[in-house]
Write a protein that binds this ligand. Sequence first.
Ligand SMILES: [Zn+2]
Length: 281
Amino acid sequence: MKIILKSRLIVVFLITFIPFTAAAQDRLSIAQVKDGLHIITGPGGNIGVRVTVEGVILIDDKYPQDFDEIQSLVATVSDLPVKYVINTHHHGDHSGSNASFLQVADVIAHKNARDNMLRGDQDGPPRLIYTDQTSVFLGEAEVRAYYMGRGHTNGDSVVYFPDLKTVHGGDLLHGTAPFIDYANGGSSRGWVGTMNNILSLDWNTAIPGHGEVMDRRDVLNFRNQMEAVRIRMAELIRQGLDADDAPEEIKDPDLSWTQAEGGLFMNRSIPGFYEEIAAEL
Ligand SMILES: [Zn+2]
C-alpha cells in the first residue's frame, strides 16, 4: 500500500511540477519594489503591480501573449484579482494584454494614448480616459496618473504612488536610451519639461518603462542627458550638419545614448530629432 501511495504522490507531484517547470522557464519574473508594490520584468515594458486589500492595480500589461503569465505572477503576491490596469502609453509592449484584461478589469489611459491606439488599430483600447490627472482609490491605496506633457509620445502617463513615494514613468524613463515617437506626438523639448514635472513630485524610487529601478539621481541624469543631446544637436546643425550625417556626428563619449549602437535613440529617434531641433533654430 505504501508503494502505491508513494507512486500516486509522484504522479501528483509530476502533474503539478510540469507546469511549474514550464513557468520557471518562461520569460517573465516578479520582484518586490516596496511593501505592496512589485515589478514584473522580462520582454516588453516593466509592469508595476500595486497590491491592496481590495484588489490589484497594474501599470501596463506587456504583450498579448503575456496575459496568462502576468496573472500567474500576480497570484504569487495577492489572492485578489486585478481590478484596474493603467496604460502608461499606447505602445503594444505596454498595452498588449488590454483586450484580455478588459474581460476582467477596467483599463485606463490618457485620452491621447487611446486615440493613438484607435489610429493604430490596436486591440483593447481603454474604456476609461483622462486628460490632466486621475486617481484610482482601492483598499488603502491611491494610484494617481498625471499627464505632464509631451515626451515619449503625446499621451504618456506618469503614475504616482503617493504613500510609497514611487513613480512609474513608462517609457518617459528608460534604462539605456529613449525612443522619441514623433509619429505619435513625441517631443524632446516637451520631454525635458515633463522630466522637470516628474522631478517636482515627492518620490525616491522610479520604475522605468524598460531597465532597472531608478533613484532620483538616475532620473536627473536622464533629464540632463535629454537636455545635453538637444544642445549638441543644435550646435551641430548650426555648424551645417546634414540630416544624413546626424547619427554619426552626434556620437559623443559623454552621451551614453549616442554610444548605444543600434538603439532606439540612434536609429529610431534621430531622424525626427534632427527635424525637431532644426525647426527650433
Ligand atoms: Zn513606448
